[in-house]
Design a protein around this ligand. Structure first.
Ligand code: NAD
Ligand code: WQD
Length: 335
């Protein structure tokens, strides 16, 4: 089977390419490299000793997209391409709406035109906003609190409407919780531009001496130690959920929606503690004000994915920290 991976050079996409190749799929990647390097794909090919086909192209470029679908007999699409920085989306809403939504529209049009009907989409737990309770099930009310989250919500709606109009489309909407970690080789991983926005890349950069100290955004939340609680999931577990979703699409399920999380929440201070143990030295931090838009607690109920996809996350916190740290220490400046 030939799988088109949009955004395949990025953090999650590169791990997906690796697991797809390992599982015997043919892989075609489209990425405009706006937030990634081609080196990730070179390393994926080295690690698997298999080849993939890379098109440096933008989803907004209709002709380029058409060319890919013409040249390759694509069977299914995994759609990771998108901009993902919450803060940036607040200052650049038009850019985010255009890239993420128009990009997805172009992709779906190309799929329609070329008779490709199976799609796995990267959504996010951000679509639950600040949930009334935890753990979060897929039927919780949806609300976005920033333009990035709005793009995910809108795309989910667009994909559902697409299926209503043409029920030959099968679509798996996967709502990721907080992906961290890296492939065990330490050769591919998350390579943020500039100062990291997310907790784990920030911690690993503090541990490696690139950043002086972590700022813990608030310790007065209604959580056991006052710091924010999240459901961190190993990126390899996460992408294995995509392979299961791909299998599910072969049963013509229509639109299916799954949380991909572990079901276990950890606080910021628990993460700091876990990393200190793995790194073998304390991670310096200071508590600062809350970050605007943050919620106290977010973790998944992953039961539906377990039941319907036979998928469950298997890697624990220590392994996530070890793998994040191996990537960071072997690649202090990223790719
Ligand atoms: P990433 O930035 O590492 O990867 C996204 C890739 O898409 C990049 O390689 C980028 O160059 C590419 N891209 C962006 N716009 C494009 C366009 N118009 N045309 C072609 N390529 C384009 O991000 P990631 O962490 O790997 O995230 C992948 C997907 O998962 C995104 O859709 C993101 O919103 C979603 N997601 C990520 C997280 C997370 O915490 N990392 C959580 C939930 C959902
Ligand atoms: C985790 C916890 C922070 C950085 C974001 C997006 C979400 C999804 C995943 C794409 C929180 C605290 C963080 C720091 C800190 N992405 N923190 N100091 O905010 O849960 O989710 O990434 O879909 O949409 O919003 O992840 O890693 O930024 O924060 O104290 O320097 O760490 O307050 O409690 P978040 P995060």
């Amino acid at each position: 089977m030939k799988i088109l991976v949009t955004g395949g050079a990025g953090y999650i996409g590169s791990h997906a390419c690796l697991e797809l190749l390992e599982a015997g799929y043919e892989v075609i990647v489209i990425d405009n490299l706006s937030n990634s390097k081609e080196e990730s794909l070179t390393r994926v090919q080295e690690l698997t000793d298999k080849e993939l086909k890379f098109y440096k192209a933008d989803l907004l470029d209709r002709e380029a997209l058409d060319k890919v679908f013409k040249e390759q007999a694509i069977d299914a699409v995994m759609h990771f391409a998108g901009l993902k920085a919450v803060g940036e989306s607040v200052s650049m809403p038009l850019g985010y709406y255009h890239n993420n939504i128009t990009g997805t529209l172009m992709l779906c049009e190309a799929m329609k035109k070329h008779g490709v009907r199976d799609l796995v989409f990267s959504s996010s737990a951000t679509v639950y906003g600040d949930p009334d309770r935890v753990p979060i099930t897929e039927d919780f009310p949806l609300r976005a609190t920033n333009p990035y989250g709005q793009t995910k919500l809108m795309i989910e709606q667009i994909l559902q409407d697409l299926h209503v109009a043409d029920d030959s489309f099968n679509i798996a909407i996967l709502r990721y919780f907080n992906p961290i970690g890296a492939h065990k080789s330490g050769r591919i991983g998350e390579d943020p531009n500039g100062i990291p926005n997310n907790l784990v890349p920030y911690i690993t950069q503090v541990a490696s001496g690139k950043m002086r100290e972590l700022r813990v955004f608030g310790d007065d939340y209604p959580t056991p130690d006052g710091t924010g609680v999240r459901d961190y999931i190993h990126v390899v577990d996460l992408v294995l959920g995509h392979l299961k979703a791909l299998d599910k699409l072969q049963t013509n399920p229509g639109v299916v929606i799954y949380n991909l999380g572990t079901g276990q929440g950890y606080s910021v201070l628990e993460m700091v503690d876990a990393f200190s143990k793995v790194v073998g030295k304390p991670i310096p931090y200071k508590v600062t004000d809350r970050r605007q838009g943050d919620i106290p607690t977010c973790f998944a109920d992953p039961t539906k994915a377990k039941k319907e996809l036979s998928w469950t996350a298997t890697m624990g916190l220590t392994q996530m920290c070890e793998d994040s740290w191996r990537w960071q220490s072997n690649n202090p400046d990223g790719y």
